[in-house]
Structures are given as structure tokens and as C-alpha cells.
Design a binder for this molecule. Structure first.
Ligand code: SAJ
Length: 400
């Protein structure tokens, strides 16, 4: 089994960096992905996602022969599942990729193997996969180890955080927890905290729900302050001078692949109980609609006054500052909604070179040519820009 000590199922934003980090410790890793283009790219030492420092690491571990990619599973000592768990219609989590990855592993499992789920999952998923495995391979009952171990890395800083963040590790029994801790200790410098699988699953959901609730509080304050004629940024700065208050930043809404999604895993299962978590989701989604309304009202006023359509500059399209990731981005949603509603929109996004959807302007060009300017993301390039005083400027992220 020396040839493949670890099999990583799913080579996306978590699977690929984790596979590369493990391989960098001299452990043989076989990465599995259903997409053959992804497998081919990785086997050439290249990457298909955007993440600082990742390509260099992948090139190195592939050239050293410690990381290989394939579409078919092979025997290993450790199997790790890092496939997506999307939220579907009605905000219901879909664990079918975890199920199909588990099914693909089942024929290769051997006594003494360690099976780990990292994918964000509803509470009880690890136990479900345990039952699935034992139903097909009853002889493995109590002969393999199983644990849930959520990742908690920040996109843009994944390589550092994978190695340095603390982790919660929850086995289906105590020996599984210990086995998983021994495994992670080989490549994680942070502390490893033992727990059970259900708690570890909930820890992940609670971390992102906590951030969502806190951002919702800031977003609600921004809407209230706007009505009250108060500068929300000054308000928060002053409130945060209290030694036990730490309010986060309001913005265009909450985007990304985790914070706007994970709370639904709790709400869909504990609908009656999870009232605050659900409301926070609704507030953060509403904030994006509120931003659109603000810009639209200014645009309609401009049209009435000048008898022509305004040119609107969407300053920033990414889901958060200083990254090029446009997926699940509230800013992109704002720009797109305005365009769909018939407004003329140009975009400024310093982190991307091309767009099929928007004409891209340089920041100065946008400030000169646009009639309405809306700062949607706090990119560093926007700091210190000279803002024309005669035009309507919305700074939803307090960058100027
Ligand atoms: N945001 C605000 N105001 C704030 C902070 C963030 O509006 O004060 C917005 C951002 O603009 C963005 C969204 O929230 O649209 C999410 O950004 P983020 O930087 O808070 O988080 P992500 O989605 O990049 O990563 C999160 C992290 N979770 C926590 O901080 C609890 C990360 O550690 C997780 O590993 C990741 O989700 C994940 O994969 O679950």
C-alpha cells in the first residue's frame, strides 16, 4: 500500500491544497476527481483554481512523485472526502456527492483504514456513511476508523491556514478520533481537539453561522442608520471602543461558498429552533436587494432630471476584497440585476482582466465617465481615489 497512502476524493478548493500539503510531507497522495481535465492539469503540475502559493506547491509535489491525480479510486490507508455539498431548491443541503464518493471507496476499503469526511455536512452525515459502509461490507464493522474533520481555511490564505489553524476532530468512536488526530498531526501545526462526529459536523456549521449572524447585525445597523441619518461607520467605530463590543462591517451582502450556505444546513434540519440563524440569512440577502434599490432610485432620479439614462459604475465584482473570485458574489448580483433591469452598467474589477458580461473600466476612467458610482467591494485599489463631488457616489463598504 506504500504507493498510495492517502486517497483524496475531490480536488477543489480544499481537496487540492490539502492533498498538496500532505504530499509535501513525503506522504504519497492520490487525488481523485470526476473531471478528467482537472486530473490532467494536476498531473502536469498545474492548477485549475485560483489560490496564492498553491501552484508552486503542486508543481513541486507532482514533480517529486508524491502527488498524482486520477479518476478512479485505488486502495490506500487513509481516504479523505472533500467533495462539494451544495444547497439546492428550498435551501436543502445535498450530500449526494459525499454519498457517491463513499460508494466509490467502499470496494477498496481494508481492515485498519481511516475514512475521513471534510466536506461541510449536515449533522449525522458521518454516521450515515458509516451505516452505508457497514451495510455493504459487514465484515469491516469495528475494523476501520471513521471521523469528521472540518476545514476552516480562508480563501486567499489557504496554504498557511491549512497548516496552522487549530482543528476539531470527531470520530464515530474514541479510537477513530485518536487515529484521525495522529494522522492530522503529521501535517497540521495547530492544536487538534478531540470530539465526536456529530459535534465536529455542527462546529463547522456554527462557525460560519456565527459570522453570518454577526454580519447581519452590522447590515441591519446600516439600514437603520441610513433611515436615521447616522453615519453607520462612525457609529460602529464608536460602539467598538467599548471593551466588550466588536461589531463587524456592513457591506453589499454576504457572498462566498460557505457563510451564505452553511447556515441553511442548520435551518433545514432545525427549522423551528433556528430562528436567529434563518433571520440573519434573510437580512444579509435583503441587504443586497436594498443596495440595488438605492442605486436604482438614484438612477431614476438622474433620468428624470437629465432626460437620459445614467451610466452606472459598479466598483468591484468579487465576493470580498482583494480576490478575483466572482462566484456567489453579492456585488456581481447587484451589477447583473441593474443590467437586467435595463440600466447601463460598467464594472471596475482590478482583480480580473476580462469579462463576458461587463465592459471593464479602470478606476479613474469610471469615476470620470460614469454618472453614478457605487463602491460594492472594498478592494485596496479603491482606497484614496479622488471622488467627484458633483456625482451621486454610494460607498457601501466605506472604502473611500
Ligand atoms: N463580510 C462582510 N462583513 C464583514 C466580514 C465579511 O460583509 O465584516 C462578507 C464578505 O465581503 C464576503 C462574506 O462576508 O462577502 C464572507 O467573507 P469572509 O471573509 O467572512 O469568509 P469566507 O467565505 O471567505 O470564508 C469563511 C471563513 N469562516 C469564518 O471566518 C467563520 C473561513 O474560515 C471558512 O473556512 C470558510 O468560510 C469556509 O470554507 O467555510
Amino acid at each position: 500500500m506504500k504507493n498510495n497512502q492517502v486517497v483524496m476524493m475531490g480536488l477543489g478548493y480544499i481537496g487540492l491544497p490539502t492533498a498538496a500539503l500532505i504530499a509535501s510531507k513525503g506522504i504519497k497522495v492520490l487525488g481523485i476527481d470526476v473531471k478528467s481535465e482537472v486530473v490532467d492539469t494536476i498531473n502536469k503540475g498545474k492548477i485549475h483554481i485560483v489560490e496564492p502559493d498553491l501552484e508552486g506547491l503542486v508543481t513541486k509535489v507532482v514533480s517529486e512523485g508524491n502527488l498524482k491525480a486520477a479518476t478512479e479510486v485505488q486502495p490506500a490507508e487513509v481516504f479523505i472526502i472533500t467533495v462539494p455539498t451544495p444547497v439546492r431548491e428550498g435551501n436543502k443541503p445535498d450530500i449526494s456527492y459525499v454519498e457517491s464518493a463513499t460508494k466509490a471507496i467502499i470496494p477498496h476499503l481494508q481492515k485498519g483504514n481511516l475514512f475521513i469526511i471534510e466536506s461541510t455536512s449536515p449533522v449525522g452525515t458521518t454516521e450515515k456513511m458509516r451505516d452505508l459502509i457497514y451495510a455493504e461490507r459487514p465484515e469491516l464493522q469495528n475494523e476501520i476508523f471513521m471521523a469528521y474533520c472540518p476545514e476552516r481555511v480562508l480563501p486567499g490564505n489557504i496554504i498557511y491556514e491549512l497548516a496552522h489553524n487549530d482543528r476539531a476532530i470527531g470520530g464515530i468512536d474514541k479510537r477513530s478520533t485518536q487515529k484521525a488526530i495522529d494522522f492530522y498531526r503529521q501535517f497540521v501545526q495547530g492544536d487538534l481537539y478531540p470530539t465526536n462526529a456529530r459535534t465536529a459536523e455542527m462546529v463547522k456549521l456554527v462557525e460560519n453561522s456565527s459570522r453570518d449572524v454577526q454580519i447581519a447585525f452590522a447590515n441591519e445597523l446600516s439600514i437603520i442608520s441610513d433611515k436615521a441619518g447616522i453615519d453607520v461607520w462612525e457609529l460602529i467605530e464608536l460602539a467598538n471602543k467599548h471593551p466588550r463590543v466588536n461589531i463587524l462591517r456592513p457591506g453589499t451582502g454576504v457572498g462566498g461558498h460557505c457563510i451564505a450556505v452553511d447556515p441553511w444546513f442548520i435551518v433545514s434540519e432545525f427549522g423551528k429552533e433556528a430562528r436567529l440563524i434563518r433571520t440573519a440569512r434573510e437580512i444579509n440577502n435583503y441587504k443586497t436587494e436594498w443596495v440595488i434599490e438605492k442605486i436604482k432610485n438614484a438612477a431614476l432620479q438622474f433620468e428624470l432630471k437629465n432626460d437620459k439614462k445614467p451610466l452606472i459604475a459598479a466598483m468591484g465584482l468579487a465576493f470580498k476584497p482583494d480576490i478575483d473570485d466572482l462566484r456567489e458574489s453579492p456585488s456581481l448580483y447587484v451589477a447583473r440585476s441593474l443590467k437586467i433591469q435595463g440600466f447601463d452598467v460598467v464594472a471596475v474589477e482590478p482583480n480580473i482582466d476580462t469579462s463576458n458580461e461587463f465592459e471593464l473600466f479602470q478606476p479613474d476612467e469610471a469615476l470620470q465617465q460614469a454618472d453614478i458610482i457605487a463602491f460594492l467591494v472594498g478592494h485596496k485599489e479603491f482606497k484614496g481615489l479622488q471622488i467627484p463631488s458633483e456625482k451621486p457616489v454610494f460607498d457601501f463598504v466605506n472604502i473611500v
